[in-house]
Design a protein around this ligand. Structure first.
Ligand code: GTP
Ligand code: MG
Length: 202
């Protein structure tokens, strides 16, 4: 799938103020600074459609982009460095929790994880939380340009193994770099297929 027109629509702080949920929606979330906004710019082929952080925590609202008048792409704020599930929820806040659980047109949430780090508890907890609530998800390992090929293989394997020990069926895992512009086609094709596979919502 290719993207022709991408347009910023609205920043919301509550799910009730988000656009009418009449189009398939795909959201991007992950720890602060992991590269969510950069990935959205890569996918849409735009330099600064989503604002890129100089310091972590730049994105603090639910940001809707309309793609080709057909689907919504959403840039979510980063979650923090909490240790327990309760803290985790507090750190990403009721806003994101409500959004993820109540947004009826949400087809898939992409959870971005820094490819350089070993799987972090906060990410695994978040993935588990989404899974337990039955929400479709996919994993994106970001900033892969910062790793050598063998390091990346190792990192991917490490993440697969960690996920395997928790989950019966593994979610899709994508590898991306906004510097070497990799992973774009794979993610867009996945989104295109997901839109085709689902019944139309109106
Ligand atoms: P918040 O909105 O603060 O949660 O951050 P974010 O997850 O949206 O991250 P953002 O896209 O703003 O990127 C954070 C920093 O990482 C920026 O300095 C980016 O240039 C850098 N960055 C993002 N993606 C990549 C990548 O694939 N490779 C490299 N080398 N740097 C990246
Ligand atoms: Mg951001």
């Amino acid at each position: 799938m290719e993207i022709q027109i991408s347009e910023f629509l609205i920043s919301s702080t509550v799910v009730a103020k988000c656009p009418v949920p009449n189009k398939p929606e795909f959201a991007f979330i992950g720890r602060s600074n992991v590269g969510k906004s950069s990935l959205i710019n890569l996918l849409t082929n735009r330099k600064s459609l989503a604002k890129i952080s100089v310091k972590p925590g730049k994105t603090q609202t639910i940001n809707h982009f309309e793609i080709d008048k057909k689907w919504y792409l959403v840039d979510l704020p980063g979650y923090g460095y909490a240790k327990t599930n309760k803290e985790l929820r507090e750190s990403f806040g009721k806003m994101i929790e409500d959004y993820l659980l109540l947004r009826e047109n949400l087809y898939c949430t992409f959870i971005l994880v820094d490819a350089r780090l070993e799987p972090q508890k906060i990410d695994l907890d978040f993935i588990e939380w989404l899974g337990v609530h039955g929400q479709p998800l996919a994993i994106v390992l970001t900033k892969t340009d910062k790793l050598k090929r063998n390091e990346l293989e190792f990192s991917k394997k490490r993440f697969f193994e960690k996920m395997n020990s928790i989950w019966e069926t593994l979610p899709p895992i994508f590898l991306t770099s906004t510097v070497s512009k990799t992973g774009r086609k794979e993610i867009l094709d996945f989104i295109g297929d997901a839109i085709k596979a689902q019944p139309k919502i109106d």
